[in-house]
Design a binder for this molecule. Structure first.
Ligand code: MN
Ligand code: MN
Length: 310
């Protein structure tokens, strides 16, 4: 059987990595020949989860067409978030929980999307659908993905299905998910050892907003004031990136994972900033407090899209 690669989005998070691993295991059980790979180095949180459940970090690829003709996507579909040469390969499968944007294929494909908190929740259903048992380590990495995406079931993206999946997977993985989940989230909040340039790129995604190029990055912390002590350096790094990459808007969402509140730093062109303020209110000194906002997908991109379209 011809080999296919499975990967999540660029700047991978625990869902992009964990669900790729889980999907590869499932597809190989079903007779495919797949390998889970990554479009970037794993972050600290993901490294913690991989180690906890005995996985090595997947191999990092920059292009796919040099080794395969076919790929499977998890946790994304927008081409600018995918492998650089996505237009050179055939996408045969997608499992995702994001909006569908600028995604076209020339051939029929397997496409499964649901508005749930994490791709691993859909993956858990897929295992049940095919009657494949979830091994303990795979359950652990899927559980880690759901904890990550839903901030331990506290994000407004969380659904009853995510809760069911967490309960079931925690049982198979044999962990106390509340205790483990807090350890996992905290593992991703060490910002002291990283530069501002690294931090604004760790979990960053690009979006096309009515022809404008927007970059929305997010970092998790346990102490917002401490993170904001580095505000000027963050803004410098964001302005540099915007200049180099041509972003009209750069937003850095700094989220306290313990109380689910965020502060955002925002830079960009006057027009882009005006659209941003239409969505979220006044930005003072490039800063705005966003209480209760933790989800880029559900609480940031939809209002931004609307503001840029109006
Ligand atoms: Mn993701
Ligand atoms: Mn996800």
């Amino acid at each position: 059987m011809e080999k296919e690669l499975i990967f999540g989005h660029q700047n991978p998070d625990t869902d992009a990595i964990g669900t790729a691993i889980a999907y590869s295991y499932l597809q190989n059980k079903l007779g495919y020949n797949t390998e889970a790979v990554a479009l970037g180095e794993v972050n600290d949180e993901t490294a913690f989860a991989l180690q906890k459940f005995g996985f090595e970090a997947p191999r990092v690829i920059k292009t796919a067409a040099n080794e395969v003709d076919k790929v499977m996507l998890v946790d994304h579909n927008e081409p600018q978030q995918s492998v650089a040469d996505i237009d050179q390969v055939t996408v045969t499968h997608v499992v995702d929980h994001h909006r569908i944007m600028n995604f076209n294929t020339s051939l029929p494909l397997f496409y499964l999307a649901a508005p749930v908190g994490c791709t691993s929740t859909i993956m858990w259903r897929l295992y049940q659908h095919y009657g494949v048992d979830v091994p303990q380590n795979i359950a652990g990495i899927m559980l880690s993905a759901i904890i990550s995406d839903t901030l331990l079931l506290k994000s407004p993206t969380t659904t009853d299905e995510d809760k069911e999946a967490v309960t079931a997977l925690a049982k198979i993985a044999d962990v106390d998910y509340e205790k483990y989940g807090l350890e996992e989230l905290k593992a991703g909040t060490n910002i002291v050892s990283k530069s501002e340039e690294e931090l604004i790129d760790l979990d960053a995604k690009s979006f096309d907003l009515n022809g404008k190029k927007a970059r929305v990055a997010q970092i998790n912390v346990v102490d917002l004031p401490e993170a904001l002590e580095r505000k000027e350096a963050f803004l410098t790094a964001m302005n540099e990136a915007a200049k180099d990459e041509g972003y009209d808007l750069f937003m850095l969402l700094i989220t306290n994972v313990l109380d689910s509140n965020s502060t955002a730093l925002v830079i960009g062109s006057d027009n882009a900033k005006a659209a941003f303020e239409k969505a979220f209110g006044q930005v003072k000194d490039s800063e705005i407090s966003l209480p209760g906002v933790v989800s880029r997908k559900k609480q940031v991109i939809p209002p931004l899209t609307e503001a840029f379209n109006s």
